[in-house]
Write a protein that binds this ligand. Sequence first.
Ligand SMILES: Cc1ncc(COP(=O)(O)O)c(C=O)c1O
Length: 369
Amino acid sequence: MNKFVYMDASASWLKPQSVIESEVGFLQELYANAGRGVCARAGKVDDLIANSRQIVADFIGVRCENIVFTSGTTDSLNRVVNIVKNTIDKKCPVVAVSDLDHHSARLPWEMCAKNGECEIVVMPLDENLNIDVNKIPNADVFVITGMSNVLGVQQDVKEIIHHIHMKNKNAITIVDAAQSVVHSKLDVCDMDCDFLCFSGHKIGADTGVGVMYIKNPDEWNLDKFGGGMVNKITESGIVFNNAPEKFEAGTMPLTQIIGLPAAIENLSNWNGGQNLIHYMYDELSKMKNIKLLSLRDACMITFVVKNMHVLDFGALVGANNICLRVGNMCATWIHKKMNIDGSIRISVGPWNTMDDAKYVIDTIKSLVG
Ligand SMILES: Cc1ncc(COP(=O)(O)O)c(C=O)c1O
């Protein structure tokens, strides 16, 4: 069989033709740097970047000045740590994290804690492994995973932030939306977070581009310095550009930013693939050697196979041209919480068909069912 079934959308999205065409068109016909040139061609690039920013802003329900382009979720989340550290007076803030967190969201703060720059508290999860809004701890900063990349359940971020603000109206809230942005329309203003981060490559755009939403960009100190962010330098001081440009030092990933509108349009036309998820979930639940970890209505399926290491399972299905994610998925804490070392994840995108789903189920059945 030559068919290759890619069911690892949550790791990275296959690229729609329209994204590829946007990027190739730009590279072949229009390429120039942005924010620097005065010729018509450079002006056109500035317009394309402005258009991408507007479309991203509309996508999550915010204004353009709140959208900073970065190189990805990991970059955004690490930058937020530095921006917060560069701004707040408190020398050792209390930072609340949770076991749902991806390494990208929690490790930067864990490293600060190791250096004595913050103290970590862990937000308790309820019996369904969602953040327990009734047990929000006292903290200065909150890291909220919008959707675990292992369990695939949307957290009620608005409600969580509401409870956080009831405890501490000045608390800083940071949302990792790398997975949640894929599966439902986020109304970020309504959520009322201070920062929200996601990656282009998980929504069908290219690698190397990400978004860092900042609610009040002028309240925060900068973390990066270089070209493209300075308005003027005089004897009396340095004047930076307005937000968001002042947060975008250096040449940006222009091609990847220009691919974002097509990716967002493609994602907006997708039905979420829940019919495929339900079919596979129901079939897997009939197999005696499979232990499902995710819920039927989650956006991804996660499971383990009795008496088989997840890497062995990954190799076996891989030999049948099926691409799934296996391992700890950079989410060690939730695996620890479930008393396992790793798991197997199926996640679908618009390219997957019911034939793909049947092939995956038949293959798993023949291997371990
Ligand atoms: C929940 C979550 N946060 C953060 C990341 C990191 O994203 P990136 O590798 O694109 O920076 C991922 C990637 O899998 C993720 O699933």
